[in-house]
Ligand binder design. Structure first.
Ligand code: NAD
Ligand code: DAU
Length: 335
Protein backbone atom coordinates (compact mmCIF):
# COMPACT_ATOMS: atom_id res chain seq x y z
CA UNK A 1 0.00 0.00 0.00
CA UNK A 2 1.27 3.51 -0.89
CA UNK A 3 0.54 6.22 1.70
CA UNK A 4 0.98 9.97 1.26
CA UNK A 5 1.51 11.58 4.68
CA UNK A 6 1.14 15.37 4.66
CA UNK A 7 2.89 17.22 7.47
CA UNK A 8 5.12 14.20 8.13
CA UNK A 9 7.99 16.39 9.36
CA UNK A 10 5.84 17.81 12.16
CA UNK A 11 5.23 16.40 15.63
CA UNK A 12 2.37 13.92 15.13
CA UNK A 13 3.13 13.24 11.47
CA UNK A 14 6.76 12.29 12.16
CA UNK A 15 5.69 9.94 14.95
CA UNK A 16 3.10 8.46 12.55
CA UNK A 17 5.82 7.84 9.96
CA UNK A 18 8.11 6.21 12.56
CA UNK A 19 5.28 3.95 13.75
CA UNK A 20 4.23 3.04 10.21
CA UNK A 21 7.78 2.16 9.12
CA UNK A 22 8.29 0.06 12.27
CA UNK A 23 4.97 -1.78 12.28
CA UNK A 24 3.80 -1.91 8.65
CA UNK A 25 6.55 -3.14 6.36
CA UNK A 26 4.03 -3.51 3.50
CA UNK A 27 3.38 0.27 3.46
CA UNK A 28 5.43 2.60 1.22
CA UNK A 29 5.48 6.07 2.81
CA UNK A 30 5.80 9.37 0.95
CA UNK A 31 5.90 12.53 3.08
CA UNK A 32 4.76 15.90 1.70
CA UNK A 33 5.85 18.76 3.94
CA UNK A 34 6.47 22.47 3.43
CA UNK A 35 9.05 22.56 6.25
CA UNK A 36 7.58 25.63 7.92
CA UNK A 37 9.12 26.72 11.24
CA UNK A 38 7.26 23.71 12.73
CA UNK A 39 8.60 21.13 10.28
CA UNK A 40 11.94 19.50 11.03
CA UNK A 41 13.67 17.03 8.72
CA UNK A 42 15.76 15.84 11.69
CA UNK A 43 12.57 14.26 13.05
CA UNK A 44 12.59 11.90 10.05
CA UNK A 45 16.30 11.16 10.25
CA UNK A 46 15.88 7.67 11.84
CA UNK A 47 13.68 6.55 8.89
CA UNK A 48 15.09 8.67 6.06
CA UNK A 49 16.31 5.65 4.04
CA UNK A 50 12.91 3.96 4.24
CA UNK A 51 10.63 6.77 3.01
CA UNK A 52 10.35 9.28 0.17
CA UNK A 53 10.37 12.93 1.19
CA UNK A 54 8.83 15.67 -0.98
CA UNK A 55 9.37 19.30 0.01
CA UNK A 56 6.22 21.20 -0.96
CA UNK A 57 2.94 22.85 -0.08
CA UNK A 58 -0.39 21.05 0.30
CA UNK A 59 -1.99 24.08 -1.36
CA UNK A 60 0.13 23.54 -4.52
CA UNK A 61 -2.56 21.94 -6.69
CA UNK A 62 -0.22 20.70 -9.45
CA UNK A 63 2.12 19.02 -6.99
CA UNK A 64 -0.75 17.56 -4.97
CA UNK A 65 -2.41 16.25 -8.14
CA UNK A 66 0.81 14.45 -9.16
CA UNK A 67 1.37 12.90 -5.72
CA UNK A 68 -2.23 11.85 -5.13
CA UNK A 69 -2.38 10.21 -8.58
CA UNK A 70 0.38 7.91 -7.37
CA UNK A 71 -0.96 6.82 -3.96
CA UNK A 72 -3.60 4.57 -2.41
CA UNK A 73 -4.19 6.58 0.76
CA UNK A 74 -3.71 10.17 1.96
CA UNK A 75 -3.34 10.87 5.70
CA UNK A 76 -3.57 14.63 6.10
CA UNK A 77 -1.69 15.96 9.15
CA UNK A 78 -0.27 19.16 7.63
CA UNK A 79 -1.60 22.29 9.30
CA UNK A 80 -0.70 25.46 11.06
CA UNK A 81 -1.27 24.05 14.53
CA UNK A 82 -0.54 26.61 17.26
CA UNK A 83 -3.37 28.64 18.79
CA UNK A 84 -1.09 31.43 20.05
CA UNK A 85 0.33 32.00 16.55
CA UNK A 86 -3.17 32.10 15.07
CA UNK A 87 -4.03 34.98 17.40
CA UNK A 88 -1.09 37.02 16.07
CA UNK A 89 -1.46 36.17 12.35
CA UNK A 90 -4.41 34.05 11.17
CA UNK A 91 -3.46 34.27 7.50
CA UNK A 92 -1.33 31.09 7.13
CA UNK A 93 -4.00 29.19 9.08
CA UNK A 94 -6.65 30.07 6.49
CA UNK A 95 -4.26 29.29 3.65
CA UNK A 96 -2.93 25.93 4.83
CA UNK A 97 -5.81 24.56 6.87
CA UNK A 98 -8.61 25.54 4.49
CA UNK A 99 -7.08 26.02 1.02
CA UNK A 100 -4.60 23.17 1.55
CA UNK A 101 -7.37 20.76 2.57
CA UNK A 102 -9.45 21.89 -0.41
CA UNK A 103 -6.53 21.09 -2.77
CA UNK A 104 -6.18 17.58 -1.31
CA UNK A 105 -9.92 16.92 -1.45
CA UNK A 106 -10.10 17.86 -5.12
CA UNK A 107 -7.23 15.49 -5.89
CA UNK A 108 -8.60 12.51 -3.92
CA UNK A 109 -11.95 13.12 -5.57
CA UNK A 110 -10.35 13.08 -9.04
CA UNK A 111 -8.39 9.85 -8.45
CA UNK A 112 -10.84 8.18 -6.02
CA UNK A 113 -8.15 7.84 -3.36
CA UNK A 114 -8.96 6.94 0.26
CA UNK A 115 -8.47 9.96 2.55
CA UNK A 116 -8.11 10.29 6.32
CA UNK A 117 -8.43 13.76 7.82
CA UNK A 118 -6.61 14.56 11.07
CA UNK A 119 -8.50 17.07 13.18
CA UNK A 120 -8.82 18.32 16.72
CA UNK A 121 -11.28 18.32 19.62
CA UNK A 122 -11.00 22.13 19.57
CA UNK A 123 -13.64 22.26 16.80
CA UNK A 124 -16.18 21.69 19.59
CA UNK A 125 -15.16 24.77 21.59
CA UNK A 126 -14.73 24.25 25.31
CA UNK A 127 -16.51 22.82 28.36
CA UNK A 128 -17.00 24.35 31.80
CA UNK A 129 -14.51 23.24 34.45
CA UNK A 130 -17.27 21.83 36.67
CA UNK A 131 -19.26 20.20 33.82
CA UNK A 132 -19.22 16.36 33.90
CA UNK A 133 -19.96 16.35 30.13
CA UNK A 134 -17.40 15.33 27.50
CA UNK A 135 -17.28 15.90 23.74
CA UNK A 136 -18.89 13.18 21.61
CA UNK A 137 -19.26 12.79 17.84
CA UNK A 138 -22.69 14.47 18.24
CA UNK A 139 -21.40 17.65 19.92
CA UNK A 140 -22.10 20.81 17.89
CA UNK A 141 -19.16 22.64 16.34
CA UNK A 142 -18.31 25.86 18.23
CA UNK A 143 -14.63 26.78 17.64
CA UNK A 144 -13.05 29.66 19.56
CA UNK A 145 -9.77 30.62 17.86
CA UNK A 146 -8.60 31.31 14.30
CA UNK A 147 -6.76 27.96 14.49
CA UNK A 148 -9.75 25.92 15.64
CA UNK A 149 -12.15 27.68 13.28
CA UNK A 150 -9.99 26.81 10.27
CA UNK A 151 -9.77 23.20 11.47
CA UNK A 152 -13.57 23.16 11.87
CA UNK A 153 -13.93 24.57 8.35
CA UNK A 154 -11.63 21.90 6.95
CA UNK A 155 -13.68 19.15 8.64
CA UNK A 156 -16.83 20.57 7.06
CA UNK A 157 -15.19 20.58 3.63
CA UNK A 158 -14.41 16.87 4.09
CA UNK A 159 -17.99 16.09 5.11
CA UNK A 160 -19.34 17.96 2.08
CA UNK A 161 -16.93 16.17 -0.31
CA UNK A 162 -18.10 12.83 1.11
CA UNK A 163 -21.75 13.64 0.68
CA UNK A 164 -21.65 15.56 -2.59
CA UNK A 165 -18.90 13.72 -4.45
CA UNK A 166 -18.65 10.33 -2.76
CA UNK A 167 -15.10 10.91 -1.57
CA UNK A 168 -13.95 7.95 0.57
CA UNK A 169 -12.96 9.83 3.70
CA UNK A 170 -12.90 9.46 7.46
CA UNK A 171 -12.23 12.16 10.08
CA UNK A 172 -10.67 11.91 13.54
CA UNK A 173 -10.77 14.61 16.21
CA UNK A 174 -8.15 14.07 18.87
CA UNK A 175 -7.33 15.74 22.17
CA UNK A 176 -3.94 17.19 23.22
CA UNK A 177 -0.96 15.03 22.25
CA UNK A 178 2.35 14.74 24.09
CA UNK A 179 5.53 12.78 23.33
CA UNK A 180 8.82 13.07 21.42
CA UNK A 181 9.48 15.53 18.56
CA UNK A 182 6.91 18.15 19.69
CA UNK A 183 7.93 21.73 18.95
CA UNK A 184 9.14 23.75 21.97
CA UNK A 185 6.41 26.34 21.42
CA UNK A 186 3.82 23.87 22.79
CA UNK A 187 2.97 23.68 26.50
CA UNK A 188 4.64 20.46 27.67
CA UNK A 189 7.90 20.72 25.65
CA UNK A 190 8.15 24.42 26.51
CA UNK A 191 7.98 23.70 30.24
CA UNK A 192 10.27 20.63 30.10
CA UNK A 193 12.94 22.53 28.16
CA UNK A 194 12.57 25.55 30.45
CA UNK A 195 13.22 23.35 33.48
CA UNK A 196 16.16 21.61 31.76
CA UNK A 197 17.67 25.06 31.12
CA UNK A 198 17.00 26.29 34.66
CA UNK A 199 14.20 28.67 33.58
CA UNK A 200 10.91 28.86 35.52
CA UNK A 201 7.88 27.31 33.68
CA UNK A 202 5.18 29.73 32.52
CA UNK A 203 1.49 29.15 33.27
CA UNK A 204 -1.16 31.15 31.42
CA UNK A 205 -3.75 32.90 33.60
CA UNK A 206 -4.73 30.90 36.68
CA UNK A 207 -3.35 27.57 35.44
CA UNK A 208 -6.76 25.93 36.02
CA UNK A 209 -7.51 25.23 32.34
CA UNK A 210 -7.85 21.50 31.64
CA UNK A 211 -6.51 19.53 28.67
CA UNK A 212 -7.19 15.83 27.94
CA UNK A 213 -3.68 14.43 27.33
CA UNK A 214 -2.97 11.45 25.08
CA UNK A 215 0.38 10.00 24.06
CA UNK A 216 1.11 10.60 20.38
CA UNK A 217 1.65 6.86 19.72
CA UNK A 218 -1.84 6.11 21.02
CA UNK A 219 -3.25 8.80 18.71
CA UNK A 220 -1.43 7.35 15.72
CA UNK A 221 -2.50 3.76 16.46
CA UNK A 222 -6.07 5.04 16.62
CA UNK A 223 -5.61 6.66 13.20
CA UNK A 224 -4.49 3.34 11.70
CA UNK A 225 -7.43 1.60 13.43
CA UNK A 226 -9.84 4.03 11.77
CA UNK A 227 -8.16 3.59 8.37
CA UNK A 228 -8.33 -0.21 8.74
CA UNK A 229 -11.79 -0.59 10.26
CA UNK A 230 -13.63 2.75 10.20
CA UNK A 231 -16.76 3.45 8.17
CA UNK A 232 -16.42 5.84 5.22
CA UNK A 233 -17.99 9.22 5.92
CA UNK A 234 -17.79 8.85 9.68
CA UNK A 235 -16.08 10.87 12.39
CA UNK A 236 -14.26 9.28 15.36
CA UNK A 237 -13.14 11.06 18.52
CA UNK A 238 -9.75 10.03 19.91
CA UNK A 239 -8.89 10.48 23.58
CA UNK A 240 -7.44 8.50 26.47
CA UNK A 241 -9.20 9.92 29.56
CA UNK A 242 -6.19 12.08 30.41
CA UNK A 243 -7.86 15.20 31.84
CA UNK A 244 -5.33 17.24 33.83
CA UNK A 245 -5.19 20.93 34.70
CA UNK A 246 -2.20 22.94 33.49
CA UNK A 247 -0.90 23.71 36.97
CA UNK A 248 -0.74 20.00 37.81
CA UNK A 249 1.18 19.34 34.57
CA UNK A 250 3.78 21.99 35.46
CA UNK A 251 4.08 20.80 39.07
CA UNK A 252 4.55 17.21 37.86
CA UNK A 253 7.23 18.20 35.33
CA UNK A 254 9.11 20.08 38.06
CA UNK A 255 8.79 17.19 40.50
CA UNK A 256 9.90 14.57 37.94
CA UNK A 257 12.94 16.75 37.18
CA UNK A 258 13.83 16.84 40.89
CA UNK A 259 12.87 20.53 41.34
CA UNK A 260 10.62 22.41 43.74
CA UNK A 261 7.05 21.94 42.32
CA UNK A 262 6.15 25.54 43.23
CA UNK A 263 9.02 27.02 41.22
CA UNK A 264 6.93 28.42 38.30
CA UNK A 265 5.51 31.79 37.13
CA UNK A 266 2.03 32.90 36.13
CA UNK A 267 1.93 34.97 32.92
CA UNK A 268 -0.68 36.85 30.90
CA UNK A 269 -3.56 34.63 29.82
CA UNK A 270 -4.23 33.62 26.18
CA UNK A 271 -7.13 35.70 24.73
CA UNK A 272 -10.25 33.53 24.41
CA UNK A 273 -8.45 30.70 26.26
CA UNK A 274 -10.59 27.53 26.09
CA UNK A 275 -11.32 26.32 29.62
CA UNK A 276 -11.54 22.57 29.30
CA UNK A 277 -11.43 19.80 26.69
CA UNK A 278 -12.61 16.25 27.43
CA UNK A 279 -13.15 13.40 24.97
CA UNK A 280 -15.64 10.55 25.17
CA UNK A 281 -13.95 7.94 22.94
CA UNK A 282 -16.62 5.26 23.49
CA UNK A 283 -17.27 4.90 19.78
CA UNK A 284 -13.63 4.25 18.91
CA UNK A 285 -13.25 1.82 21.80
CA UNK A 286 -16.46 -0.16 21.32
CA UNK A 287 -17.01 -0.10 17.53
CA UNK A 288 -13.36 -0.36 16.44
CA UNK A 289 -11.75 -2.01 19.50
CA UNK A 290 -9.01 0.62 20.05
CA UNK A 291 -7.40 1.02 23.47
CA UNK A 292 -4.61 3.33 24.59
CA UNK A 293 -1.30 1.75 25.61
CA UNK A 294 -0.21 4.74 27.74
CA UNK A 295 -2.74 4.62 30.59
CA UNK A 296 -0.57 6.49 33.10
CA UNK A 297 0.09 10.17 32.23
CA UNK A 298 2.82 10.50 34.86
CA UNK A 299 4.97 7.72 33.39
CA UNK A 300 4.32 8.98 29.85
CA UNK A 301 5.45 12.42 31.00
CA UNK A 302 8.59 10.91 32.57
CA UNK A 303 9.42 9.18 29.25
CA UNK A 304 8.87 12.47 27.42
CA UNK A 305 11.15 14.36 29.85
CA UNK A 306 13.80 11.65 29.32
CA UNK A 307 13.49 12.08 25.54
CA UNK A 308 13.99 15.89 25.70
CA UNK A 309 16.92 15.43 28.09
CA UNK A 310 18.56 12.98 25.67
CA UNK A 311 17.78 14.97 22.51
CA UNK A 312 18.85 18.52 23.29
CA UNK A 313 20.48 18.76 19.84
CA UNK A 314 17.00 18.36 18.31
CA UNK A 315 15.27 21.18 20.27
CA UNK A 316 18.02 23.57 21.37
CA UNK A 317 18.35 25.41 17.98
CA UNK A 318 14.65 26.40 18.16
CA UNK A 319 14.38 27.35 21.83
CA UNK A 320 15.74 30.90 21.89
CA UNK A 321 13.67 32.20 18.97
CA UNK A 322 10.54 30.65 20.48
CA UNK A 323 11.13 32.31 23.84
CA UNK A 324 11.91 35.68 22.23
CA UNK A 325 8.55 35.50 20.42
CA UNK A 326 6.73 34.69 23.68
CA UNK A 327 8.52 37.47 25.55
CA UNK A 328 7.03 40.08 23.19
CA UNK A 329 3.54 39.56 24.63
CA UNK A 330 3.97 37.68 27.89
CA UNK A 331 4.10 39.47 31.25
CA UNK A 332 4.33 38.09 34.77
CA UNK A 333 1.03 38.30 36.70
CA UNK A 334 -0.45 37.38 40.08
CA UNK A 335 -3.51 35.15 39.38
P1 NAD B 1 3.02 20.60 13.83
O1 NAD B 1 2.86 22.07 13.79
O2 NAD B 1 4.03 19.99 14.76
O3 NAD B 1 3.38 20.05 12.36
C1 NAD B 1 2.72 20.53 11.21
C2 NAD B 1 3.53 20.07 10.00
O4 NAD B 1 2.82 20.51 8.82
C3 NAD B 1 4.94 20.69 9.93
O5 NAD B 1 5.88 19.70 9.56
C4 NAD B 1 4.81 21.74 8.84
O6 NAD B 1 6.02 21.99 8.15
C5 NAD B 1 3.75 21.12 7.95
N1 NAD B 1 3.04 22.11 7.13
C6 NAD B 1 2.48 23.27 7.56
N2 NAD B 1 1.93 23.93 6.52
C7 NAD B 1 2.11 23.13 5.42
C8 NAD B 1 1.75 23.26 4.08
N3 NAD B 1 1.07 24.32 3.62
N4 NAD B 1 2.07 22.26 3.23
C9 NAD B 1 2.76 21.17 3.67
N5 NAD B 1 3.14 21.01 4.93
C10 NAD B 1 2.82 21.98 5.81
O7 NAD B 1 1.57 20.00 14.11
P2 NAD B 1 1.12 18.72 14.93
O8 NAD B 1 0.98 19.08 16.36
O9 NAD B 1 1.95 17.56 14.53
O10 NAD B 1 -0.37 18.52 14.36
C11 NAD B 1 -0.57 17.72 13.20
C12 NAD B 1 -2.07 17.66 12.92
O11 NAD B 1 -2.75 17.12 14.04
C13 NAD B 1 -2.70 19.02 12.67
O12 NAD B 1 -3.66 18.87 11.64
C14 NAD B 1 -3.37 19.38 13.98
O13 NAD B 1 -4.48 20.21 13.76
C15 NAD B 1 -3.79 18.00 14.45
N6 NAD B 1 -3.93 17.82 15.89
C16 NAD B 1 -2.90 18.16 16.74
C17 NAD B 1 -3.01 17.90 18.10
C18 NAD B 1 -1.88 18.22 19.07
O14 NAD B 1 -2.05 18.06 20.27
N7 NAD B 1 -0.71 18.63 18.61
C19 NAD B 1 -4.18 17.32 18.61
C20 NAD B 1 -5.23 17.01 17.71
C21 NAD B 1 -5.08 17.24 16.37
O1 DAU C 1 -6.79 19.86 21.80
C1 DAU C 1 -6.00 19.62 20.68
C2 DAU C 1 -5.10 20.81 20.40
O2 DAU C 1 -4.08 20.80 21.39
C3 DAU C 1 -4.49 20.79 19.00
O3 DAU C 1 -5.51 20.93 18.06
C4 DAU C 1 -3.47 21.91 18.83
O4 DAU C 1 -2.83 21.78 17.56
C5 DAU C 1 -2.43 21.80 19.93
O5 DAU C 1 -1.50 22.87 19.84
C6 DAU C 1 -3.13 21.82 21.28
O6 DAU C 1 -3.75 23.10 21.52
P1 DAU C 1 -3.63 23.85 22.95
O7 DAU C 1 -3.84 25.28 22.73
O8 DAU C 1 -4.46 23.14 23.95
O9 DAU C 1 -2.07 23.48 23.27
P2 DAU C 1 -0.87 24.33 23.88
O10 DAU C 1 0.28 23.39 24.02
O11 DAU C 1 -0.62 25.60 23.15
O12 DAU C 1 -1.40 24.71 25.34
C7 DAU C 1 -1.88 23.72 26.24
C8 DAU C 1 -2.45 24.43 27.46
O13 DAU C 1 -1.36 25.05 28.18
C9 DAU C 1 -3.39 25.56 27.13
O14 DAU C 1 -4.39 25.61 28.14
C10 DAU C 1 -2.52 26.82 27.20
C11 DAU C 1 -1.55 26.46 28.29
N1 DAU C 1 -0.19 27.05 28.17
C12 DAU C 1 0.47 26.98 26.98
C13 DAU C 1 1.77 27.46 26.87
C14 DAU C 1 2.50 27.38 25.56
C15 DAU C 1 0.42 27.61 29.31
O15 DAU C 1 -0.18 27.66 30.40
N2 DAU C 1 1.69 28.07 29.19
C16 DAU C 1 2.40 28.03 28.02
O16 DAU C 1 3.56 28.46 28.00
Amino acid sequence: MRVLVTGGAGFIGANFVHQTVAERPDVAVTVLDKLTYAGNLDSLDPVKDKITFVHGDVADTALVDRLVADTDLVVHFAAESHNDNSLHDPSPFVQTNLIGTFALLEAVRKYDVRYHHISTDEVYGDLALDDPAKFTEATAYNPSSPYSSTKAGSDLLVRAWVRSFGVRATISNCSNNYGPYQHVEKFIPRQITNVLLGVRPKLYGSGTNVRDWIHVDDHNRAVWTIIDKGTIGETYLIGADGETDNRTVVETVLELCGKDPSDFDFVTDRPGHDLRYAIDATRLRTELGWQPVYQDFRSGLQATIDWYRANEAWWRPHKDATEVAYSRTEQLIQP
